[in-house]
Design a protein around this ligand. Structure first.
Ligand code: S3P
Length: 172
């Protein structure tokens, strides 16, 4: 399992799909898995049950996916706020796709399918979440100014460096 985390608009789904193709692995988008299991959209889940209901379903879905068949798995931008999810992620390679807020928002636009974009404290949320992404990350790759292929190549380079201590400048 390789897990992708990062803020909304970091490109987790696009990069995840391309990374999965290169590795000949299936790609799973946790948000889509939630919608398929619930037979309703994320927007509907937020409207009816609010964020707490969404987070409960998200936590359970991710726990189930993490013990499932090997895949590249992308998580929604807020998944790492859950302590159980952060603990579960300690057992797998996690790629943090790092993006700055302006670029993230330029990419998402005013997407009605992403209720969290309406939050008045979006900038604080962005800043606060960076620590959680860093905490779970095995490797961090910046996406700014890079094509999807370049990001995928950078991820593979970072992951391979972990397997080869000779390529790791701080390894011994
Ligand atoms: C959320 C991000 C969304 C989705 C939900 C909540 C968040 O996923 O899980 O709308 O809290 O940041 P993306 O990061 O794929 O947009």
């Amino acid at each position: 399992m390789i897990v992708l985390v990062g803020f909304m608009g970091a490109g987790k789904s696009t990069v995840g799909r391309a990374l999965a193709d290169r590795l000949c692995l299936p790609f799973i988008d946790a948000d889509l898995a939630i919608e398929q299991a619930e037979l309703r959209s994320i927007r509907e889940i937020f409207t009816v049950g609010g964020e707490p209901e969404f987070r409960r379903i998200e936590r359970e879905t991710i726990a189930r996916l993490l013990v499932g068949p090997e895949a590249v798995l992308s998580l929604g931008g807020g998944a790492v706020e859950d302590p159980d999810t952060r603990r579960a992620l300690a057992a797998v390679p996690v790629v943090f796709l790092q993006v700055d807020l302006a670029e993230a928002l330029a990419r998402t636009g005013d997407d009605p399918a992403r209720p969290m974009l309406r939050r008045p404290d979006l900038a604080e949320l962005f800043t606060h979440r960076q620590a959680a992404y860093q905490e779970v990350a095995t490797v961090t790759v910046t996406v700014g100014g890079r094509s999807v292929d370049e990001v995928v190549t950078a991820i593979l380079g970072e992951l391979l460096a972990l397997l080869d201590p000779a390529a790791d400048p701080v390894g011994d």
